[in-house]
Design a protein around this ligand. Structure first.
Ligand SMILES: [Zn+2]
Length: 84
């Protein structure tokens, strides 16, 4: 079961469906260079697995050097409203 708090970034908890990188490994470009961002399919996958594990109201937040799951982090937050 993926652990979203175990890695440097929560998205690293799942394998990338696009470039096939294993959990814990950053996405790679076809050239072999490290990508500057994760593949979109991996973010979608991580989101789906996270909601499956923790429910639609949960969020994950940066706490110090690590990550913590807040079971009610999305309650009261409107997804369209982003901070400037
Ligand atoms: Zn990837």
């Amino acid at each position: 079961m993926p652990d979203f708090t175990a890695h440097r970034h929560p998205v690293l908890a799942v394998r990338c469906p696009d470039c096939g990188r294993a959990p814990g490994n950053w996405c790679r470009r076809p050239s072999g260079h490290m990508a500057s961002d994760f593949h979109v399919s991996r973010k979608v996958q991580a989101d789906a697995v996270f909601i499956d594990q923790h429910g639609p109201d949960a969020s994950i937040e940066r706490i110090g050097d690590g990550w913590a799951v807040d079971p009610c982090g999305r309650v009261g937050i409107r997804p369209q409203q982003e901070q400037p």
